[in-house]
Design a protein around this ligand. Sequence first.
Ligand SMILES: [Zn+2]
Length: 120
Amino acid sequence: MQRIKKGDTVQVISGNEVGARGEVERVIIAKYVDRFNKVTGNNPNANKVLVRGVNIRKKHQRAVSQTRTQTGIIDKEMPIHISNVMLVCPNCNEAVRVGFKLDGDGKKKRVCKRCQTFID
Ligand SMILES: [Zn+2]
């Protein structure tokens, strides 16, 4: 189960932009590939997240037919390693560690380890 999902607000805890907060636009699940470039499984240690407004780089975007609307030098978010961000709990508004607990229906859900509230 994922600790961080699309749509979550996260805080950066390591790197150049410590303290920055933003919404997760995409969680990138890293894959293991064998020597024939065949996907053999997921590599959770290498997962990354794309956070809106965080880790912006200048990118030189080339025009490709009519599909790309922005070309030239554009600002673009680059993915950061998932271990460099922490979830911001919607209840206590702090960067918190995430645990898992069963709710009333027996479903496993994410829980804030600080205030013990369910997050989903
Ligand atoms: Zn909390």
